[in-house]
Design a protein around this ligand. Structure first.
Ligand SMILES: NC(=O)C1=CN([C@@H]2O[C@H](COP(=O)(O)OP(=O)(O)OC[C@H]3O[C@@H](n4cnc5c(N)ncnc54)[C@H](O)[C@@H]3O)[C@@H](O)[C@H]2O)C=CC1
Ligand SMILES: O=C(O)[C@H]1OC(=O)[C@H](O)[C@@H](O)[C@@H]1O
Length: 269
């Protein structure tokens, strides 16, 4: 299935900019939305600004689309209230607009932080009980659960991609396990909106990392075959880690599991 129009939320962000570049021309129309400046629309693009906290704006941006890649939101820990307003409500607005408008598929940028308290010594699949490490991680658990409900109740298909660390290249030892390269992200999200009849699916959002902590369950359903492996950067980054006795080095969520970690709270509103 190749939808005619695919909507990318959070299109001005890090992952969004990479998907904007990688997916342009792969669908007749790639529609971009954000509450930040998206510049000029290029060939094959449409720009429809929307604030995810405003249902009517989200619904307008979703008119006529076949599938949504929902990346928009707060991508770090924040206060409960900000996470609720943007991530919980924003994801509800996307799914509810999908139901109202008959949009067939939503691919959702979930996160490793839905399961961040798992020890690094455990290799986990997408079906383990959730262990969110922050309000941010809870918002990803909520998004996945809401997606499940909208699929089972209303038939909106949903692919939750638990992105671990999207980076141009691995920057520290943790990334040897968690890296998702830009070109693998493009392939994974393209397949998440084009593979027919997936129903409801949750997968790990990582490259083919030799040291991965997550299983590849579900990649075969999507036909996702990663091109990159962080191992190629091991010599450069494997010495870049903290105290192995520290909980942040023992759990998959890294710094997010530290009870004093507040992310963006107090730094932006
Ligand atoms: N970068 C990473 O390694 C990971 C990212 N993710 C998820 O992937 C998605 C994209 O992440 P990044 O690109 O790194 O984050 P980012 O912060 O660069 O991009 C998020 C985008 O959402 C937009 N946004 C925020 N609030 C909004 C609102 N009220 N209305 C409309 N747009 C709003 C921002 O303007 C921004 O362009 C997020 O949902 C994040 O939680 C998940 C795991 C890892
Ligand atoms: O844990 C990680 O590496 C990443 O996880 C996320 O969900 C965040 O959006 C990103 O800012 C972190 O860097």
């Amino acid at each position: 299935m190749t939808p005619h129009t695919v909507l990318l939320t959070g299109a001005a962000g890090q992952v969004g900019s990479a998907l904007r570049d990688g997916l342009r021309g792969r669908f007749p129309v790639l529609r971009l939305t954000d509450n930040r400046n998206l510049g000029e629309a290029q060939a094959g693009e449409e720009i429809v600004p929307a604030d995810l906290t405003n249902f009517d704006e989200v619904r307008d941006a979703m008119e006529g689309v076949g599938a949504v890649i929902h990346l928009g939101g707060i991508a770090d820990e924040h206060t409960y209230e900000r996470i609720r307003d943007v991530n919980f409500d924003g994801t509800y607005h996307v799914l509810e607009a999908a139901r109202q408008l008959g949009v067939r598929r939503v691919a959702f940028a979930s996160s490793i932080h839905a399961v961040g308290f798992y020890p690094r010594s455990e290799k986990i699949g997408p079906d383990v009980p959730v262990r969110p490490d922050t309000y941010y991680g809870v918002s990803k658990v909520f998004g996945e659960a809401l997606g499940r409900m909208y699929f089972e109740r209303y038939g909106v298909e949903f692919v939750g991609v638990r992105i671990c660390s999207f980076q141009p290249r691995p920057k520290d030892a943790r990334h040897l396990s968690t890296w998702l390269s830009p070109r693998d992200a493009v392939q994974l999200f393209e397949r998440a909106v084009t593979t027919p009849d997936v129903g409801f699916l949750t997968v790990a959002g990582i490259s083919g990392n030799t040291r991965r902590w997550m299983t590849p369950d579900g990649w075969d359903v999507l036909g996702y075959v990663p091109q990159d492996d962080a191992e190629a950067y091991a010599a450069e980054v494997e010495h870049l880690h903290g105290d192995p006795q520290d909980i942040t080095e023992q759990r998959q969520g890294g710094i997010f599991v530290d009870p004093t970690y507040t992310g963006l709270a107090g730094k932006e509103n």
